[in-house]
Design a protein around this ligand. Structure first.
Ligand code: URA
Length: 257
């Protein structure tokens, strides 16, 4: 049982701002299990209590899941004072949505946005080793030796030893057209197109892995996260709800050891 303040819960559910919700409560329009709520601080259990506004029940514990194609320039945070946060791109009135994990401000691609804390916890748990695949454009020629170094675990520590877990680096012959984000043609001759799959989420991990082998990431896009793949037809900055099938995949994925 997790209790939460009535006004917070209603605001999270997208009923209105905290001030508007308090006004509804004061007017006696909000009932909890049939009784008009006495005060905004009243503690309620969203999973058990029946909460209505004007007699209309509110489904407060409904979990929501969105897949977002994050654009560059947005931070993976939910603070109210950050206007370019990723949650502002989601078409929902809920106030309790948050991104599952982080992508750098300049990184694009797949972000899962939800209000399901348990699922987020599982997907981010270091014990689960959730696979994340990135497509990247690299300044310099990535070689088969680099593939071997990544497979063995590259040291990304600046001074101390900080060896990344083995990662699967794949050199592509050409840009992934649907994801390629133009690098000027002169430079193109000296760039490589790769995908890399990692199973941890260290700060700036992919950039640091390439930096450690003397190469820099010019463009980075996450194309998969656990069982989820970025849909090719999802335009940048757009999101959609997870399909029933994607949700099933996610649920069975987090059950695995
Ligand atoms: N690795 C990075 O360097 N940046 C990201 O945003 C994600 C992984």
């Amino acid at each position: 049982m997790s209790l939460i303040r009535l006004d917070k819960m209603l605001a999270n559910a997208g009923v209105g701002s905290r001030t508007q919700v308090k006004y509804h409560i004061k007017k006696g329009l909000v009932t909890v299990n049939g009784t008009p709520a006495s005060k905004p601080e009243l503690k309620v259990d969203p999973d058990k209590d029946t909460i209505c506004i004007n007699g209309e029940p509110i489904n407060t514990s409904l979990a929501e899941y969105f897949i977002l194609n994050k654009p560059a320039g947005y931070v993976s945070a939910t603070k109210d004072n950050i206007h370019s946060d990723v949650v502002s791109l989601i078409d929902s009135t809920r106030k309790d949505l948050f991104p599952v994990g982080r992508l750098d401000k300049d990184t694009e691609g797949l972000l899962l946005i939800t209000n399901d804390g348990a699922l987020a916890h599982n997907m981010l748990s270091p014990k689960k080793h959730v696979e994340k695949t990135y497509y990247a454009v690299i300044d310099g020629i990535v070689t088969d030796d680099d593939v071997t170094v990544f497979a063995q675990g590259v040291n990304i520590g600046d001074e101390d030893l900080n060896v990344a877990l083995p990662a699967k680096l794949t050199i592509l012959n050409e840009p992934l057209s649907s994801y390629y984000n133009g690098v000027d043609s002169e430079k193109d001759k000296n760039v490589s197109y790769i995908t890399v799959t990692i199973t941890e989420g260290k700060f700036h991990q992919v950039k640091r892995m390439f930096h450690a082998i003397g190469k820099e990431v010019l463009y980075l896009k996450r194309i998969s996260f656990g069982p989820l793949t970025l849909p090719e037809d999802l335009p940048i900055s757009k999101s959609r709800k997870l399909t029933v099938n994607e949700l099933k995949l996610l649920e069975s994925y987090i059950k695995k050891d």
